[in-house]
Design a protein around this ligand. Sequence first.
Ligand code: DX5
Ligand code: ZN
Length: 220
Amino acid sequence: MGNVIKISPSILSADFSKLGSEVISLEKAGADYIHIDVMDGHFVPNLTIGPEVIKKLRPLTQKTFDVHLMISPVDNFIKDFANAGADIITFHPEATKDTLNTIELIRKENKKVGISLKPKSKIDLIEKYLDKIDLVLIMSVEPGFGGQEFMPEVLEKTRKVKEIINKKNLSVDIEIDGGINFKNCTLAKQAGANILVSGSTIFKENKGDLKKNIEILRKN
Ligand code: DX5
Ligand code: ZN
């Protein structure tokens, strides 16, 4: 929490045939977290990876595994992701019948709790839980795919969330996810985000120079 910016590269844009070495490269390139997008083909129209893959990646790095669950219903999988080595477990409130219960399930595993808002999801979905969570993940694209265009309308929501967090004097991180590039990362930071997720920009800009791309996102 605070003004220090953290960069959480999304391995959704990595080469899945060599995920292990990609994660090691991200660590060497200065990533703060490793963002892992978990999709179920039901909550979102795409399928990615599950706990078994995370378990295999876990011994390769000490970096924080920032696990973004886009699966519904989410509760039955919390334990599996915790055991696989997730450090932060983020879920969508639309993917559970009882948000408070899901928060408690994650807490019981001694993991950090994140709640994510899709671009059209309202702040009221999370407001009353802010004192019980560690992180708000603001989606700046519709969840499901990498490489989409950033939706600037979520900046207003980011400012609002930051304002509420400050007013309540809480230390909750704000992470922004989707379409982040070298330009809009500045706007996201100004709006209050202190963790930036990025897939395409980190893996594809400057011929895939991960270190350079992470540095630019951090500094811009
Ligand atoms: C989308 C995912 C994001 C996204 C990031 O559902 O949550 O993590 O893939 O990738 P880019 O930076 O390419 O939008
Ligand atoms: Zn994500």
